[in-house]
Design a protein around this ligand. Structure first.
Ligand code: HEC
Length: 144
């Protein structure tokens, strides 16, 4: 029937719109979704990282380097920490995009990394972790 067809197309269009807006695959979108994510939940998620990472300013390196100010920091930049060649030789810095990819799947994002952690594949949890990391000394994600 005609009406049913229109309803189906309308629903389909809405779904496509929704997917388009919710996919954090573009830089601007990522900034927005991270700003809207839950940093407090991210702090809880971070417990799985804190066996290896401290987050306080000037905090100690453990199995992994201290992560204070990680957003915007040069990759592999903590003095005195023995990074893999992959990270010590990297010439970029940690943006939301590069952090997102690394935390999702460390070895795929930085082949050769010694961070033996499988990654946070769940997108909501990962965005929450990013929101939390963004609170660590570099308030670059604007909350709008
Ligand atoms: C089993 C220990 C371990 C766990 C758990 C772990 N990491 Fe790491 N992490 C490391 C190591 C080791 C490195 C250094 C990797 C290298 O040099 O290749 C690292 C490096 C990093 C870096 C790059 C730091 C820099 O100075 O460039 C980030 C960011 C990071 N980890 C975030 C996280 C987050 C977020 C989690 C939790 C979701 C996490 N890590 C869980 C061990 C760990």
């Amino acid at each position: 029937m005609k009406f049913g067809g229109i309803m189906r197309s309308a629903t389909l269009a809405l779904v496509i719109l929704f997917l388009g807006f919710s996919a954090p695959s573009f830089a601007d979108d990522l900034e927005e979704v991270v700003a809207a994510a839950d940093a407090t939940a991210g702090a809880q998620q971070f417990r799985q990282c804190s066996a290896c990472h401290t987050v306080d300013e000037g905090g100690a390196n453990r199995v992994g380097p201290n992560l204070w100010g990680i957003l915007g920091r040069d990759v592999g930049a903590v003095e005195g920490f023995r990074y893999s060649r992959t990270l010590s030789g990297a010439e970029d810095s940690w943006s939301l995009e590069t952090l997102n990819a690394f935390i999702e799947n460390p070895r795929a994002a930085r082949p050769g990394t010694t961070m033996s952690f499988p990654g946070v594949r769940n997108e909501t949890r990962r965005l929450d972790v990013l929101a939390y990391l963004a609170t660590l000394g570099t308030p670059q994600v604007e909350s709008e």
